[in-house]
Design a protein around this ligand. Structure first.
Ligand SMILES: [Zn+2]
Length: 343
């Protein structure tokens, strides 16, 4: 064990041991570590596929249907992977070169068929078949995340007037500019690590803590803060991001309503419309509601879990804020993935 190990990290590894593996294995087991995250936009962001329209989806919540904003799972993965690979280049280039030998390690890439398949990031996040025909299945599960509020409450559409030089102008001459998600937009989000080592859990937590860009690589618009609200370890997979987002909206809608009221469900639906069209949502209150939502959904789904609270999670993040600690975690992980990655 390295010199940088802090007491709390040792305690964390010990506590989470029944739900993690000593080293990665080729055959799947049933170990899940779900990280509950609230992604908060700190500046206006572009999450779009066609370059213009904000990504959205129609969801059903309570008795109503509403169009909400959407952040694709694959965009979150790609962004976290870029961050993880950049961090590895910064911290463990020498160590990786020593393991690989010969010409050394060139640093891993995002190019689909050219990933190194030797680094901790490839081992955890997976890679498509290489020239040798080996492929690694990702053990990090993301899903689409949705906003709590309706699309029209959180997206700004811009039109630029582009009048010609004619005296009479057509109203259709406005040019649509790309949609922006407004600052303050919240995306409740669950990411689950399956059959991971404790080192991989710590690596993922550190990446999530560092990452602040989830928009398209070309634009670089939009700063995101990831609030880690809890870590839940189990032998069953927890609720999805969409389930959590819906439960938060429902909880807000039910506040102050009387369940015994004969018009209760009608009133909940009316309140849902109001909640989803609010100008802002209070982040701290939503954090607490998101935690309750995740836990009550888990209970309804008969999932037993070991919980690390928001405070415990932030203590862990604090203990790995020093790059040398992250480096020592990655070096420990390098030693664990040798046989896993050999075909
Ligand atoms: Zn790699």
């Amino acid at each position: 064990m390295s010199d940088f190990e802090k007491k709390s990290i040792i305690e964390f590894k010990d506590a989470i041991k029944p739900y993690t593996l000593e080293r990665p294995e080729k055959k799947p087991k049933e170990n899940y570590v779900s990280v509950l995250i609230l992604r908060e936009l700190k500046s206006a962001a572009r999450f779009t596929t066609d370059g213009i329209e904000a990504n959205s989806a129609v969801i059903r919540v309570g008795g109503i249907e509403e169009t909400v904003g959407k952040l694709f799972g694959r965009k979150q993965v790609a962004s976290d992977r870029r961050k993880a690979k950049a961090l590895q280049r910064t911290l463990i280039s020498n160590e990786m070169s020593r393991v690989i030998g010969n010409d050394g390690w060139k640093g891993c890439t995002m190019k689909v068929n050219e990933m190194c398949q030797r680094c901790p990031e490839c081992a955890l996040f997976g890679s498509a078949a290489s020239e040798e025909g080996v492929s690694i299945t990702s053990r990090v599960m993301y899903d689409e995340t949705y906003t709590i509020r309706a699309l029209s409450a959180i997206v700004d559409e811009f039109f630029q007037n582009a009048p010609g030089d004619d005296y009479s102008k057509e109203p259709t001459s406005a040019i649509r500019e790309p949609d922006f998600f407004k600052e303050g937009t919240l995306f409740p989000c669950v990411v689950t690590l399956k059959d991971a080592t404790a080192e991989e859990v710590l690596f993922f937590l550190n990446i999530t803590d560092r990452n602040s860009r989830y928009g398209a690589t070309g634009t670089r618009f939009g700063k995101t803060q990831n609030h880690i609200l809890g870590i839940y370890a189990s032998h069953r997979e927890g609720p999805s991001s969409l389930e959590v987002a819906k439960e938060i909206a429902l909880t807000l809608a039910k506040q102050g309503l009387d369940k015994k009221d004969p018009d209760y469900s009608k009133k909940v639906d009316e309140r849902l419309k109001e909640v989803m069209y609010l100008d802002t949502l209070p982040t701290d209150e939503i954090k607490a509601i998101a935690i309750d939502a995740f836990e009550s959904l888990s209970n309804k789904q008969r999932i037993n879990y070991l919980k690390f609270s928001e405070i415990q999670s932030s203590n862990i993040l604090e203990d790995i804020r020093d790059d040398q600690v992250v480096k020592s975690i990655l070096v420990d992980q390098i030693a664990k993935i040798g046989t896993f990655l050999s075909a």
